[in-house]
Every structure is written in C-alpha cells, then in structure tokens.
Design a protein around this ligand. Sequence first.
Ligand code: DI6
Ligand code: FE
Length: 409
Amino acid sequence: MKTTAETTGTVLSGARLATMRKGGTAYGLVDNGALAVGGDGRIAWCGPAEELPTDFSAWPSRDLGGRLVTPGLIDCHTHIVHGGNRAREFEMRLEGASYEEIARAGGGIVSTVTATRAASEDELVASALPRLDTLIAEGVTTLEVKSGYGLTVADEIKMLAAARRLGRERPIRIVTTYLGAHAVPADYKGRQGAFIDEVVLPGLDAAHAAGLVDAVDGFCEGIAFSTEEMARVFDRATALGLPVKLHAEQLSDLGGAALAARYAALSADHLEYLSQTGIDAMAKAGTVAVLLPGAFYTLRETQLPPVAALRRAGVPIALATDCNPGTSPLTSLLLTLNMAATLFRMTPEEALAGVTREAARALGLAADLGTLEAGRIADLAVWNIDEPAELSYRIGFNPLHERIFGIPS
Ligand code: DI6
Ligand code: FE
C-alpha cells in the first residue's frame, strides 16, 4: 500500500520490531526499525530506520528508546462475559469430583447459566471489566467474546450486547461469537433437538438480525452436542453468511474438527483428543488450531494436543486464554504463552505468533491485524524487554511499556 506524506501521521523510531511476518528472520525481527502510522490508524510503512522513505520525514516522530514492538496481542477465544464464578466447584474438583461428573449433576456450565440469566446487561459489563482491564494491561488490543451462558434467545442477546459494549467502554476491538449450542439447559434435558429448534436457531437468527454476531461456535462433546446437531447449527450460520468455529476434541474424539473443516471453519479449538484424520481435514481447509493451555492446566488434563503433528501438517496454531469461570479462570495472555511453551512445548516464536498472526487468522482478520506491515491496523504493544522470548519465559511478570490502539499520541 502506498501512502504519501499528504496524509499526516506519526513515525515511531528507535524500535526493535517483531513484525511476526512469515518467511524472514525469526519473529520477523527488524533491529533499529521505524514504523510510520497514518492518520487512519494503519501502518503506512514499517522497516529498518535507515530505509524510511523521505515522504515520512516531515511527520512528527517519537523515539521508543530501542524497545521491542510487537503487534497488539489478540485473545481469540474467551467467555469473559458471564455471571458469578465457580470457586466452589474448584474446591469440589480438588476433593476428587471430575468436570464431567459436576456437569452431569447440574453444576458446571449450567450453574453459570443461572448466574448469567440473573444478571442484567449492566451487571455483566461491570463484572467483565476488571477481567478485561487485566488483559488490556498486558497489551491485548483485540478480544473475542462468546455468548453461551444465556441459553434463551433473550439471554444470549443480552450477553452479546454486553460483549459489544465492552468495546465502547474501553479502547479495544471486540469480536463476538454466538455460542447458543454450549450446553443443554435443565428444562431441555433429554430434548436436545428441541433446544436447537426452539432456542439455538431462533437465537442465532435474532442475534444476527440485531448485528451482534461475527461468528458461530458450538461445544461438540459427549456432555454437549453431537456432530449431527452441530451440522444443523452450521447450516444456519452458512445460510446467514457467518463463519463458524468449534470447541472440538476437548474431552473425547467425536470428529468435531473434521466437521468444522467441512464447513471451512475459521478455527477448531481445544483439540487435545484430535486424531490424524482431524488434522488432515483442518490442514486441507485452512482451519486454525486454537490451543487453550489454561483449560488443559485447570482440568489437570494429561492428554496433550498433537502439536508436533499439527506442525507437520502445516496447520496454523493460535493460543488463547479461554477465559471462563469453569475450566480456565485465566486473564493473562502472557501466562498462556508460558504454559504453551512449558506444557505444550511450543517455541516462544510459535507462541507469540499464536497470539498475533495466527490469532488474527482464527478470527478471520488476517488482512487487518496480527503482523507489523504496511496496510495493517496499527495496534501495537511496546515492551521493556530485549528478546521476544522473554514474553514466554517469565511467569507472572508484565513488561508492557505502552499499548497503542490505532493512533499513537
Ligand atoms: N469448553 C470449555 O472449556 C468451556 N466451554 C467449553 O465449551 C467451559 C465452560 C464452563 O465450564 O463454564
Ligand atoms: Fe471455550
């Protein structure tokens, strides 16, 4: 993209750029780099400082003192809007109950549904903000938020409206996902088909008509929905022109990832029990694998997601917090990087790509976000570190110096 000096903007100089562009140096690193941000909030130019085109020399410039600059971080899978918490269930699991036992006994997701239904939209926003602020403080500039704890048409819409409002309360890009097929509420127990007909599909139509849906997701699992049931939801999503994604192969292998791939899904998420057939289907469809080490850790899962096989097949791997009250009460994307490296043996470079370039792709936003290059939106994180690997290496330490959302001051 050619931008000329007619456009005013800002030049950020004295930057070590981890551009996260593929195919060049590790992390796409540019030492002694400069980055010109146009008045439209997009990167006009990015590269070695000595090559900065004279077009941009008239722009005001700011020296970043040699700091590392990465794309703003992207948390591409969260359930950050929800009522209540599940600290009591945490205690029960420590006393020996399994996640599935608790879910079957009416606890688990269903207890969060009760708390979410009881909360107003204002209350949902207010309770999500402290969690959101924690992510923002670590350089997160784009956040995906799922519904799925309302499970009535009105309550799903209330959750999505609360999610959209987070983007007006704070300087952050919010992407919403409709997750009506998350759990079967008590009044539909044993009548899953009726739940899909009477709630999931009409809820999707209504939320979409209200402009509240960017993508459609589901929980494909023994304790939730079958592949046949998810196919019905995906058919409706496709008819509405909405992209799909799926919670797949988290607790068992139902072939969810292959189903998602058949619908050209943006992503299949969790994937601990993913088979080679699922991997091949994802590779063919270009579906991103979103791995969620916070849920793996919280559930004390021992089955590792097939990272090496995904790599071999060339499936892009993204990472996210899965921030939710049951299986991943996690609001740190930096800790997620550390867990991905230590638990999943991903390289620090893969981990950082997983919350930038590949996370953008998992949201269908790869043309706008996730790398530092001309034309992309200038969401940036500036860090007080020298080596990008430090982002994965440290535990419980936040080296963010500055977060730039669109237009630098
Ligand atoms: N998988 C998960 O890990 C979360 N949802 C899902 O489909 C857990 C949701 C919860 O337990 O509240
Ligand atoms: Fe999830």
